[in-house]
Structure formats: C-alpha cells, structure tokens
Write a protein that binds this ligand. Sequence first.
Ligand code: NAI
Length: 511
Amino acid sequence: MQQTLSVSRQVVIIGAGVMGRGIAMVAAAAGHPVCVYDANGRASVQAVETIHQHWQRQADKGKLSVADVARLGERLSRAEQLEQLAEAGLVIEAIVEDLAAKQALFCQLEQIVAADCLLATNTSSLSITAIAAAMAAPQRLVGMHFFNPAPAMRLVEIVRGLATEADVLEQVSATARAWGKETVLVRSSPGFIVNRIARPFYLESLRCLQQGLADCATLDRLLQQAGGFRMGPFALMDLIGLDVNLAVHRAIWQAMCFDPRYTPLWIQQEMVAAGWLGRKSGRGYYVYPQVEPAVVEPLPEPCPDWEQVAFNLVQPVAAVLAQRLQQAGVPVVGGHDTASDWLFRLGTAHVYLSDGRPAARREQVDRHPCLLLDQAVDFQHVSLLAAQSSPRLSAPDRQALEAVLGEAGIRLCHLPDAAGLPVLRTVAMLVNEAADVLQQGLASTEDIDRAMCLGLNYPQGPLAWGRRLGYGWLAQVLRHLADYHGDGHYRIAGWLQQQAFSSLSSPAEVL
Ligand code: NAI
C-alpha cells in the first residue's frame, strides 16, 4: 500500500538555489509546512523573499487570492542550523552538484532527523548509490529528480539506488504524485532516463555540423519543423548553457567508461574554451539578441502541365504524399511494388526515404538516379524536409521533383550526400539509446516514453516512435550509419538487434 507523506509533516529543502526554491514552492502549494536551509544564510533569506514575491505576483495577476498568499506564507520558514530540522518528514537536498558535499550532508542529516523521515536528493548526474554509500543507513536515500522550473515541469524521476528500500521509493513516488507531479521510476545510472536518452538529440546535430552537412540554423529548423521537436538542438544548448551541456556529456561519457556513443565533439570544447556559452554570455551557436531574419526555402514555381507521378502505395508515406498531391490537383497513379521501397518516381528519377545509406550508394545498387528524403514526425502536415541527391540525378529532374513536392506544400532543404539525414539520424539514435535503457532494466517502456515527452516535450516517446518506424528497419539504418562512419558511435543496442530478428525489415507504419 503506497502512503503519501501527510500534509501535516514538514518538508525540508536544503540548498536554496534555483531548484530548492522551486521545490519549496511545490511542497508549500501541496499544503506542507516547508523549511528552507542553506549553508549560506543569505541565500535562504533571499529564497524566502523571492518565493513570497512570486506568490504576491501570482495574486496580482489574479491567480491566487489574498488568503492563499497568507496561507502559503505561513507555511514557509527558514532554518539557520541543520540541528533545527529534527521535525522533518521529508528532506529534499538541492545543494551543489558535488559527491563529497552531498555525502557529508546526508551523514549529518541521518543523525538529526527521525527514523521515519524520508531522505531524497535532487542530483541530476550523481549516483544515488554512491551518495548513499557514505550513510549509516543507505537504504533510506532515494533520488527525486525535479526538472527546472520545478513548479511548472510535471515530471519527477524517482531514482532507486542499489540499496534504496522499496517502501521509501513508494512513499516518495506517491508523495510526488500527490503534489501534482507525474513520476517515472529509474534505477540509479548515468543520466537516469531523460538526461541520458537526450544525448543523441544534441550529438547527432553536432556531428552533422562538424561533418559540414548543414549549419546550426538549418539543422534547428529541420529538427523543429520535420522532427516536431519544440526547440532545435542548438537553440536549446544555447538556452541550457554550452558549459552545462558539455559537463553533462562528459559526466555520462565518463560514467559509461568512455563508450564512443557518448564522446563529446571538439566543436563543443572549442565553444566553451572561447567563453561562448549561449544566451547567458551573449553568444553561443547564435549571437544574442538574435537579428538574423528567419530563413524560408521558397516554394518552387508550380508546373502547369504535370505528367503523371507514379506512387508505390506499398509504402505508407507514399500513400500520404500521393493524397497530398492529388488534393493539389497533380495527376497521380498508384501501384504496388512489394519488391522495392521507392515512394514515387518521375521519369527515371526515384524518390526514397533515407535508410542511412548515401544517395550515391542507392544509385549504385538500384541503378537509377534518386532523391532521398528525411523522416518527419507527421508526413500529413510536414512542410520542410531535408533531401540528398545521387550524382546522376540531373538538374531538370531534381527541379521537377522539387516542384512536385512543392505542389503538396513541401519545401526541400538539399544537403550534401552522406550517410543519413538529420531527423532520421537523431530519431534512430534516440530509439537506440532508449532500447539500451530498456534492455539494462533501468526503466519500463512506458516510463521511458513518458519521461521524454514530459521532461523534454518530445513529440512522441522514442520507443513508440521506434515501433512506428519498425525496430528492424531502424537497426538496418544504424548498421548503414555504422558501416559508413566506421566508429563505435552507432553501435546497435542488443535489444534493438533482437527486435530486428523478429520483425520485418521494412518501415512499418510511418504515418
Ligand atoms: P544553485 O547553485 O542554484 O543552488 C545551490 C545552493 O546550495 C546554493 O544556494 C548554495 O549556497 C547551497 N549549498 C551549497 N553547498 C551546500 C551545503 N553543503 N549545504 C547547504 N547548502 C549548500 O544550484 P541548482 O541549480 O539549484 O542545483 C541544485 C541541485 O539540483 C544540483 O544537485 C543540481 O544538479 C540539481 N538539478 C539542477 C537543475 C537545474 O536546472 N539547475 C535541474 C535538476 C537538478
């Protein structure tokens, strides 16, 4: 039976910085008496003041009543000494991200608080097991990983150290849910769910940039408009801080024994070395305030006299594109070529979804000029797609293909020929990472997908995305990327390999 912490029990927040303040607001809003402690007394005074001001602003906007503000204010206090925290029912630590400091704090705390007090850390990158190892009772410690800003973000990762007791885990999870949060359960491991699975979102675009395939603005537009991600990876890194992002990369890479899948890129190190840390330093991958006008690829001129466009309706994406063209008045004809995965053709030119092979390789194997298209989260509505052309695709054929897709409202962004296109590469690696987390028994399928959607606003969970594209097909994509790049970066998760053996090897349902 899961038991939430009674609202009459005091919640203690240690560390009155960005996270501590946010968590204190959440606990007070849920009805608990909340006490804030910080090693720096001024920080806790400021935190209490800031929180009061925040509530007052909410009241000014009509979001809280005067009585609400008074009630919340009465619940909030601060402590000068750790020894004053003996009444705590739950302690949430949000101090500096330093193993020795956190270990020392919890060793002190377990001498002060009652035996039934729950002890949680908000660490974002340290091992719960390692923090707990210094304690007399390591079974008491649990990870309670809130996201910034804590009052607004719905997700809390509940992290189980090797020694954490099931009862502690359940009480803390139930309490977070009673506070209006959604919880996911994860075993203590580098990056937990969200920070770990998010690595390829940055790394694949950084690799595309470093490989000279596109600039930051182009990659951001593609990931946003075709991938459906709320922000592009470069804009997001600028917001997070390039130093913070690189530190997380390094921590995970190190914790994973320097697995090449997580190797940071020299571009990241150069940017940090230059002090170009993103928005906070006025310059990162973009210069702030941003002045560049938004780039929009023009839609090609419509062609008044279309020849019929032949679609291979075996491919679900082909069926969607055919319908979009038909609605635009372009004559289409449908066939069923089960022996091949082309989407449509015009003259001798064939159009495919990229499967991770360069266009030149496809042309060599299939013996006709071709255009490769990137993935999109929603082909019914996508308006921008990355594309690659094979060497023998003539300029007029390419223009004709561009014009056809233009009729359906789809602009093409042509990238140099190489293995894979940005959205495909990103999605394949997100699925691969999620597959590893699943295989290692760190979290459930449902929690992995929920964590990525709630924690980072992904348009869909990576495992659901993988199921839609076909795990077998994605394993094939990763094999092509690995063949081309020849390093361990694209190593395929065992779980994905297994799925590949037991599933079809063509894209399943990509709508
Ligand atoms: P912060 O730097 O804003 O605040 C940390 C506070 O802890 C400071 O006020 C400092 O005086 C105090 N402090 C340091 N050592 C202390 C000690 N030994 N005893 C008591 N107080 C001490 O840090 P922030 O960003 O709030 O992060 C806190 C924790 O939350 C870290 O573990 C971080 O990894 C984690 N976290 C941070 C997120 C973020 O976006 N900032 C998101 C999720 C987790």
